[in-house]
Design a protein around this ligand. Structure first.
Ligand code: SF4
Length: 226
């Protein structure tokens, strides 16, 4: 499989945020979200066999969380599924971060899926595969990255229309982060003020989680591999 990087850091998103986690970041993405901070994964990387990836992961930690991410990891679905099966068999808790555009049907049931639904200002709205709703389970999470009120209303309406909070463990509304952010490790780089988002969520009485990408507050925001 084509791999951009494998490293251990603190999980920055989802309800697993704050926990140590090994990241296996696969190369390539078929979307081009306006605020994407992972453009360096679109090409390059190194060709690795399953055994090599497995060995590198085990070198970093022998148990705990592993996240398969990208880019879009399900572009390499055959290899990604084999890797997830292998990591589950070794006793890791496996997270999969995916754009929601690729079919989820072949993902092993024990894998915790963190699935994006792209909002209007991502520039990739409409790419979510509606059949994927049926593949979501009570352990999974759905994430919306928001830039403004229009994105918020899209996320709110989608959540309500599909009763997402009944389907999954966590529905996450997260402010987009400026992709050229550097320097200050604070909310000045958020394209939507978290305080404003909090007020909207509370005013509408939504049972969703406000998510901040905590790795942007722990490390210098432009740092890769953290
Ligand atoms: S799906 Fe993820 S990796 Fe691909 S362009 Fe969007 S944010 Fe970037």
């Amino acid at each position: 499989m084509q791999v951009t990087e494998i490293y251990r850091s603190i999980q920055g998103e989802s309800s697993y945020a704050g926990l140590p986690c090994i990241f296996v970041r696969l190369t390539g993405c078929n979307l081009r979200c306006a605020w994407c901070d992972s453009e360096y994964t679109f090409q390059g990387g190194r060709r690795m066999g399953l055994e090599e990836v497995d060995a590198e992961v085990r070198c970093l930690a022998s148990s705990g969380l592993v996240e398969i991410t990208g880019g879009e990891p399900l572009l390499q679905v055959r290899e990604a599924v084999l890797l997830m099966q292998r990591l589950l068999a070794l006793g890791y808790t496996v997270l999969l971060e995916t754009s929601g555009e690729r079919p989820l049907a072949n993902v092993p049931p024990a894998v915790i899926k963190i699935v994006d639904v792209k909002c209007p200002h991502s520039g990739e709205s409409g790419t979510f595969r509606e059949q994927n709703l049926e593949a979501l389970t009570a352990q999974d999470e759905v994430k919306f990255v928001l830039v403004d009120r229009e994105d918020y209303e899209f996320a709110r309406n989608f959540t309500q229309q599909h009763q997402l909070t009944m389907r999954v463990r966590s529905v996450i509304f997260s402010p987009a982060f400026r992709r050229d952010a550097s320097g200050a490790r604070d909310t000045s780089h958020c394209l939507l003020d978290p305080q404003q988002l909090a007020q909207w969520i509370l005013a509408d009485g939504l049972d969703v989680r406000l998510g901040l990408q905590i790795h942007k507050f722990i490390w210098e925001p432009s740092m890769k591999g953290v």
